[in-house]
Ligand binder design. Structure first.
Ligand code: GDD
Length: 346
């Protein structure tokens, strides 16, 4: 079985992080986003993953070189010369996606995190006998997603409305599809949207089915959702009894700390914190609802909440940072805070 992951787009909502690293390679819970997906695909015996890419291909190629052998899977790139949207990349990769057995293939949006119940989806797809299956989840604010109107009992989709202007329902496209090869006959090789041009037609032909996803789900394409998604992911680790979560008197709730992190005394971490490899956290630091990425150094008594601290940053002594500040590679926390007029005590 094969899978395609849509890894295009510029990730503008996660800038400045995405200026140096493509969005799918940004860590969530100390693991590149795309690895969560590739590992889930491997666990259900997918043998080949195609990354549909149009931005920063070199960084992705370096990643692939490392992980193809580590994971023992074939991972290739299908590179667009112009952004082909969410359907065009499937037409471009058509020859790679079709195999002799005529099996259906998975398509994943790269910025979604959940527990990837892909085995269940295969069963669902086989049982309904339609042409395409999509996973859906309920949200409070559906207007920024694709909304699916479906028959509750069978899952047959009546309408698919991308980013509706008025309320049509609260079950939304979770960005995970299982498609028969015949869907490729519906897609032209040009910039085109699977949500606006393909799914509505398959739904009109009564061949599109939706399966309600169990468990957590989040699109982590913007900072606030990234932090929420990380919290949900850590919570799922807790529910599975994962030994990766830290414990101790300095830990509050779910906290993930890479084993190479140096931690000085008097720190308090949590809830919902991930600290990546080779970080140094000095005495008396408080971290909550934040990610600290590889190589960052947090100086004494800094207090960080609701933030993404990018690679190799230094957050100055006593700095107090809160609410979605993203510091990229080589940006010094101290300077940034000083610019904001919140100079930390010396
Ligand atoms: N290869 C390639 N080329 N990939 C692309 C391109 C492109 O030109 N444009 C977007 N993508 C990828 C993105 O990287 C992402 O993985 C996926 O396609 C979806 O694109 P977004 O632009 O992030 O869409 P969205 O978040 O507004 O909405 C989509 O996701 C929602 C769930 O998170 C839609 O699929 C909605 O229907 C869905 O509810």
């Amino acid at each position: 079985m094969k899978a395609l992951i849509l890894v295009g787009g510029f990730g503008t909502r996660l800038r400045p992080l995405t200026l140096t690293v493509p969005k799918p390679l940004i860590d969530l819970g100390n693991k590149p986003m795309i690895l969560h997906q590739i590992e889930a695909l491997k666990s259900i015996r997918v043998t080949e993953v195609i990354l549909a890419i149009n931005y920063q291909p070199e960084a992705m190629a370096r990643f692939l070189k490392d992980y193809e052998s580590k994971l023992g899977m074939k991972i290739t790139c299908s590179q667009e010369t112009e952004p082909l949207g969410t359907a065009g990349p499937l037409a471009l990769a058509k020859d790679k996606l079709i195999d002799e057995s005529g099996s259906p293939f998975f398509v994943l949006n790269s910025n979604v995190i959940c527990e990837f119940p892909l085995e269940k989806m295969i069963k669902f797809h086989k049982a309904h006998g339609g042409e395409a299956s999509i996973m859906v989840t309920k949200v409070d604010e559906p207007s920024k997603y694709g909304v699916v109107v479906m028959e509750e009992t069978t899952g047959k989709v009546e309408r698919f409305v991308e980013k509706p202007k008025t309320f049509v329902g609260n079950k939304i496209n979770a960005g995970i599809y299982l498609l028969n090869p015949s869907v490729l006959d519906r897609i032209e090789l040009r910039p085109t949207s699977i949500e606006r041009e393909v799914f509505p037609k398959i739904a009109a032909d009564r061949k599109l089915y939706a399966m309600v996803l169990i468990g957590f789900w989040m699109d982590i394409g913007e900072p606030r959702d990234y932090i929420t998604g990380m919290g949900l992911y850590l919570d799922a680790l807790r529910n599975k009894g994962s030994s990766k979560l830290s414990s101790g008197s300095h830990i509050r709730g779910n906290v993930l700390i890479d084993e190479s992190v140096v931690i000085e005394r008097g720190c308090v971490f949590g809830p919902d914190v991930a600290i990546g490899p080779e970080c140094i956290v000095e005495e008396g630091v408080t971290l909550s609802r934040c990610t600290v990425m590889r190589g960052a150094r947090i100086n004494k008594h800094a207090c960080i909440s609701n933030c993404i601290i990018g690679w190799n940053n230094k957050v100055g002594q006593g700095a107090c940072i809160e609410d979605m500040i993203i510091l990229d590679d080589d940006v010094y926390g101290y300077d940034k805070i000083a610019c904001n007029g919140r100079v930390p005590p010396s």
